[in-house]
Design a protein around this ligand. Structure first.
Ligand SMILES: Cc1cc2nc3c(=O)[nH]c(=O)nc-3n(C[C@H](O)[C@H](O)[C@H](O)COP(=O)(O)OP(=O)(O)OC[C@H]3O[C@@H](n4cnc5c(N)ncnc54)[C@H](O)[C@@H]3O)c2cc1C
Length: 406
């Protein structure tokens, strides 16, 4: 039997819930069905590698909204229900429980952690995406001394910082020359790597992992291409995420490392995608991007709701993410290329508080705040502006600054 609904949202996390809330906020009182593969009530992921892993928060504090608020949205919400396929023409989703046809389908299935091609199943070897993953890693860390984090990106650096704060002996291994280099550029990655070193985190950067050692089906180390093995009681692999699109294979949707959408997040007639799973195509240039950050998930959810309601507002093209490590709040508006030219706008890197802008080909592409959240937001308006205009004070009224080539 096929059940019918007006809006079907597949995924009940940041993007899915933002869509549902925005649709309801507008006064829409038709039926909204939301399903999620996970059993946990909608929860937030950023605290998982920070407060949940450290033990500062229990799992209930990660709830995206209080239970009574979710009830007030009047959703037909089913947790633990997995979408298996989509028929685009009829906008029908087959789940592991039923068939649901909808006027609007919203794909908000996020992403899952990428594994290494040769990754075995071993006790003590973790992936990290869900609240259960966070609890499992925490439980292991409480019993163990040595953690090796495979992955030098945002998640790897955050897990390393939190685990070190818990007293673990931590080594991070990855291919870059500095932690989070692809997000922060070389100069700030070096500062972050120094911060980790000062806190006792060891790094093996520029290194390639080729396998694991084990004893009695429990991980005992991480083997490097250089020939040595990093001994470990616990290992976490944090090498990125893969958009959760498996269930869409054969649907006819254009899937290419994400569900390809236009800037209104439209994937097909009556079908949208939002959050980590969505890849947006910029029609004039043909370029595409997929963003894995919390703000993007909310913004795209809101944009999808607006489009469903016929008041299309494409989400802001300026990305934003933050990270917290060793009490340092790092915020990035826009983007930072590895080779970008860095100008300190406020504060001083040596003092552990600064705001910097990053430019390529004379145009500001990103603003980074390091323990200066208010000041960092204030400079956001510079993004996309030619440095010459900024220097003349045309765009912002701010004065000329010192430039540092990374
Ligand atoms: C540990 C961690 C820390 C992070 N920290 C930060 C941070 O500090 N700053 C920042 O900006 N961003 C951070 N992020 C990124 C941010 O959390 C994500 O961008 C955001 O969660 C994406 O939301 P989403 O709704 O698109 O997807 P997800 O949060 O992945 O949710 C996907 C939903 O889809 C469901 N689902 C998946 N497949 C199916 C299926 N087939 N059928 C039914 N349901 C399905 C899942 O159960 C879930 O409800 C972090 C992410 C992680 C994992």
């Amino acid at each position: 039997m096929t059940v019918h609904t007006d809006v079907l949202i597949v995924g009940a996390s940041a993007a899915g819930l933002a869509t549902a809330e925005a649709v309801r906020r507008s006064g829409f009182d038709d039926r909204i069905t939301m399903i999620a593969a996970e059993l946990q009530a909608p929860y937030d992921r950023p605290p998982l590698s920070k407060q949940v892993l450290s033990g500062a928060w229990d799992r209930h504090r990660t709830r995206l909204r209080p239970a009574d608020f979710i009830v007030s949205l009047d959703l037909d919400l089913t947790l633990g229900e997995t979408a298996l396929s989509l028929d685009v023409a009829s906008r029908t989703v087959q789940t592991d429980r039923r068939t649901i046809a909808a006027d609007h389908v919203v794909i908000a299935t996020g992403a899952y952690p990428r594994g290494l091609p040769y990754q075995p199943q071993l006790r003590g070897l973790h992936m990290f995406r869900s609240i259960d993953d966070a609890m499992a890693l925490r439980a292991d860390l409480l019993e163990a001394d040595r953690l090796v984090v495979v992955g030098d990106g945002v998640l790897g650096a955050e897990i390393a910082a939190t685990a070190r704060g818990m007293g673990a002996d931590v080594t991070v291994v990855g291919p870059q020359t500095g932690l989070m280099e692809s997000q922060l550029g070389s100069a700030v990655a070096a500062i972050l790597t120094e911060l980790h070193a000062a806190q006792g985190v060891r790094t093996r950067l520029g290194a390639q992992v080729v396998g694991f050692t084990e004893a009695d089906r429990r991980v005992t180390g991480v083997r490097l291409a250089a020939g040595d093995t990093l001994p470990a009681d616990v290992v976490v692999v944090a090498i990125g995420a893969v958009p959760a699109t498996d269930w869409l294979s054969g649907s006819g949707l254009h899937v290419d490392d994400g569900v390809v959408c236009d800037r209104w997040c439209r994937a097909a007639d009556g079908i949208h995608a939002a959050g980590d799973v969505a890849r947006i195509r910029d029609a004039p240039t043909g370029s595409t991007y997929r963003r894995e950050n919390r703000t993007n998930a909310t913004e795209q959810g809101i944009a999808v709701a607006a489009d469903i309601l016929g008041v299309a507002t494409p989400p802001t093209p300026i990305p934003y993410f933050w990270s917290d490590q060793f009490g340092t709040k790092i915020q990035v508006d826009g983007s930072i290329r590895r080779d970008a030219e860095m100008s300190v706008l406020d504060g001083d890197p040596a003092a552990g508080r600064f705001v910097a802008s990053f430019q390529c080909d004379g145009v500001v592409t990103g603003i980074l705040g390091w323990n200066m959240p208010k000041q960092s937001r204030r400079h956001r308006g510079r993004i996309g502006i030619a440095v010459s205009d900024v220097e003349e004070g045309v765009a912002t009224g701010l004065g000329r600054r010192h430039h540092v080539r990374q």
